[in-house]
Ligand binder design. Structure first.
Ligand code: ADP
Length: 378
């Protein structure tokens, strides 16, 4: 009998599990707000409800063996009642608990001895000036919860801007030093039910206006830096007793120092290259880990690869057939189109991966440029 996996969230991250689910004989059942969400088309069954609707998750749990997440905007307190009643969550809720609030996540990493930027939680009780006096401008202000793709993250040049945003918004905030990084890096790691850990090659990512534009695998970093990043992943996943795939975003500074920016307790945009470029994609790896199957090989089966996000740039219902066809004609390219019915500026509509036969220092900029000039209007 096939394994039935419930997924909280039905966006593109769940949608990209389809091929792996077919291969492994796993049935997918999603909990997602709208019938238009990408994963509805690939799920055996869908429950239409917000991802933080624990009553809907209770119904989801009756239809599956294990519940996993493609989205971390859940109501952990409500879910823990279900866990107590015997619902099996992978990763377990205890592994998610320190990660969902960006301030608590930073504290957890710091207490583990892992490198993070200087940070603090803003308190309404104390004067703003005195709280941030050790940081100096610019600072980075982040909503403690529900931030994604740069929503809720602000790079703040001066005190007047900081106090305006803090006073106008009712969110709880984390403030941290601005890291003048030379590169942003990321790594995808997976841990199985019995503690085995596998790690993908570290990648370089580029964010514009806090949204990921492209990813190059593998990152051009020293072997020592690679080992240091792998050690971070090992320590973190072991300490959390994590089950599943996890994305770790990092900064590399001019002095060669590595700092953790953020942990995403799920599959991650920086790992999409693995669908086309690795023996086991991050999506298959996640299914393997949460369904207690042996983990797969994370090796690249090409010299390098570049993944470029296809971000919305207008409000439209267009399906961009013509641009997609032109992109698909690029040699060694695969276009992944998420089938969203509505485009909006900044919305992730799809991505393209191009495999490269050689070291990516040759020609990768031209490929990115070519893709972006086909995709974005001039
Ligand atoms: P989100 O959760 O919305 O993805 P992040 O915290 O990952 O937000 O921030 C998005 C981007 O903002 C990062 O990829 C990076 O480019 C920039 N950023 C975030 N924190 C810092 C920082 N402390 N210093 C410099 N840039 C930062």
């Amino acid at each position: 009998m096939s394994m039935k996996l419930g997924i909280i969230g039905g966006g593109q991250l769940a949608w990209m599990m389809k091929d792996a689910a077919d291969k492994l004989g796993v049935e997918l059942i999603v909990q997602t707000p709208s019938p238009n969400d990408p994963a509805v088309s690939i799920a055996q069954h869908s429950i239409f409800a917000a991802v933080d609707d624990a009553a809907a998750t209770e119904i989801l749990a009756t239809k599956c063996d294990i519940v996993t997440f493609e989205n971390e905007f859940v109501n952990l307190a409500a879910l823990s009642l279900l866990e107590k009643q015997g619902v099996c969550f992978h990763p377990q809720l205890a592994a998610l608990a320190p990660l969902l609030d960006k301030y608590e996540q930073r504290c957890y990493l710091r207490d583990l001895g892992l490198p993070v930027p200087q940070f603090l939680a803003l308190s309404g009780e104390k004067k703003l000036e005195s709280q941030i006096e050790n940081l100096g401008f610019p600072v980075v202000l982040k909503a403690r919860r529900h931030g994604y793709d740069g929503q809720g993250t602000f790079i703040i040049p001066d005190f007047a801007t900081l106090s305006k945003i803090v006073n106008q918004t009712h969110s709880q905030f984390l403030v941290e030093e601005f890291v003048p990084f030379t590169k942003e890096l990321a790594i995808i790691a997976a841990r199985s039910v019995n503690g085995e850990i596998v790690i993908y090659p570290a990648v370089e990512t580029l964010q514009k206006e806090q949204v990921c534009r492209w990813v190059i695998a593998p990152a051009q970093i020293t072997q020592e830096q690679s080992l240091q990043i792998e050690a971070i992943a090992h320590k973190l996943l072991t300490s959390l007793q994590y089950i599943g795939v996890c994305g770790i975003e990092l900064f590399l500074t001019a002095e060669g120092k590595i700092l953790i920016n953020e942990i995403a307790p799920r599959t991650h945009n920086s790992g999409h290259f693995s669908l086309d470029a690795c023996e086991t994609s991050q999506f298959e790896q996640h299914l393997r880990a949460v369904c207690s199957l042996p983990l797969g090989n994370t090796r690249l089966h090409c010299a390098s690869a570049v993944m470029v996000n296809l971000l919305g740039y207008e409000n439209s219902h267009c399906d961009y057939q013509k641009q997609r066809q032109q992109l698909a004609n690029i040699p060694q390219a695969t276009v992944h189109w998420y089938g969203k019915t509505e485009a909006r500026p900044g919305r992730k509509l799809g991505h393209i991966t191009v495999l490269l036969d050689q070291d990516h220092t040759n020609g990768v900029e031209e490929i990115i440029h070519k893709i972006e000039s086909i995709w974005y209007p001039q």
